[in-house]
Write a protein that binds this ligand. Structure first.
Ligand code: HEC
Length: 133
């Protein structure tokens, strides 16, 4: 119980810290995007990556997330889709569950690894927010 509360305190803190460094995080997110997402979603997020051609499910255009949501970027939905909590078809199967990919397995420092994963997912979400049309 205590560990859970502590974990929640950590995640709130990390969200606040990340929130105060927007520009820097978008840069980190851009690099992560190029490495992990562009293959399917395309270099500019238009859904035209090299892998898109061999996928049976089209890779969505990620610059239209706000437009498709009444003009509001769906930050929490995006975070949950990227960390794997929302089981979109391609993210559970062909697309790795990035919440796990981004957390380095470091048993000596379990919170550090969770924080690192959350920070990366958040950076990615902020980058996606920055490329909305
Ligand atoms: C192997 C190809 C592939 C990779 C790599 C990939 N995606 Fe996806 N992604 C998809 C496909 C296909 C869908 C549509 C899934 C569905 O309809 O079930 C999708 C859906 C999404 C959605 C939801 C879009 C919407 O319109 O609702 C988001 C957000 C997203 N991906 C972000 C990312 C991010 C961020 C990364 C990198 C960390 C990434 N994806 C990596 C193929 C991929």
């Amino acid at each position: 119980m205590r560990a859970t509360v502590l974990g929640m305190a950590f995640s709130v803190t990390s969200a606040l810290l990340a929130g105060s460094a927007t520009a820097e995080d978008a840069g980190v997110g851009a690099a992560l995007y190029g490495e992990w997402c562009a293959a399917c979603h395309g270099a500019s997020g238009l859904g035209d990556g090299d892998m898109a051609g061999v996928m049976t499910i089209p890779s969505p255009n990620l610059t239209l997330l706000a437009q498709n949501n009444d003009g509001v970027f769906p930050m929490l939905d995006v975070i949950h889709i990227v960390d794997g909590r929302t089981g979109v078809r391609a993210h559970g199967g062909m697309m790795p569950v990035f919440g796990r990919v981004f957390s380095s397995a470091d048993e000596a420092n379990p919170y550090g690894s969770v924080l690192e994963a959350r920070g990366r997912v958040l950076s990615l979400a902020m980058y996606l927010e920055s490329i909305q049309k």
